[in-house]
Unconditional design. Structure first.
Length: 208
């Protein structure tokens, strides 16, 4: 990893589906941290008029598009969830654009440190772009409960969504820092505050 002396410290925030990444990122943002969310960038990359949308239409056809011409995310998820080759094709379109946009945002965003939210950081080339990895962790049952309340129709579907990602063990293996997020929100907030101060100290030390 490169020196942080001429730029902000970069923290890669990751975690499994429904682990609470957005909640944790929002808590850091409230403390003044610069947050760059690759999920937000991914939506911008496929917004109307973007070249990626034309490529998706060419490869996947009109069935993954809504009547207004925008991407039908649910239809797209269904296609790539059922077909690994299709998922790789979609990733080949999106990931280079997301990576480039993330790096451009980071270069212009400033801040004492930057929190770069990358849900699939274990498999992402952006892992080499960050200086530390922060994993938001919770047990599988907590993930299932949140998915049933949010996205999944059945427990079986929730478990499939979890299994489709890198394992909890793989995420924890790359972690420099861990936030446990399966208890009270205040407990999560306390962990965020402690890490915020730690990152500020680390960034100040690195800049000397």
């Amino acid at each position: 990893m490169s020196s942080t002396t001429d730029r902000p410290l970069r923290i890669g925030l990751t975690g499994g589906i429904a682990s609470g990444k957005s909640t944790v990122a929002d808590m850091f943002a409230e403390l003044g941290a610069t947050v760059i969310d690759t999920d937000v960038i991914a939506r911008e990359v496929v917004s109307p008029g973007q070249p990626a949308l034309d490529e998706i239409r060419e490869i996947f056809g009109p069935q993954v598009f809504a009547p207004d011409g925008g991407l039908d995310r649910a239809a797209m998820r269904a296609v790539v969830f059922a077909d690994e080759a299709a998922r790789h094709k979609l990733e080949a379109i999106l990931h280079p654009r997301i990576r480039l946009a993330t790096m451009e945002q980071a270069a212009g965003a400033g801040g004492a440190y930057q929190l770069i939210v990358v849900p699939l950081l274990v498999e992402s080339p952006l892992r080499s772009f960050v200086d530390r990895v922060l994993v938001v962790d919770c047990d599988t049952e907590a993930q299932i409960g949140r998915l049933l309340a949010r996205d999944a129709e059945t427990e079986e579907q929730a478990r499939r969504l979890i299994a489709a990602q890198a394992s909890r063990e793989d995420r924890l293996a790359i972690a420099d820092d861990i936030i446990r997020n399966d208890g009270e929100l205040q407990a999560t907030r306390d962990q965020v505050l402690a890490l915020h101060h730690s990152y500020l100290q680390r960034a100040s030390h690195d800049s000397r």
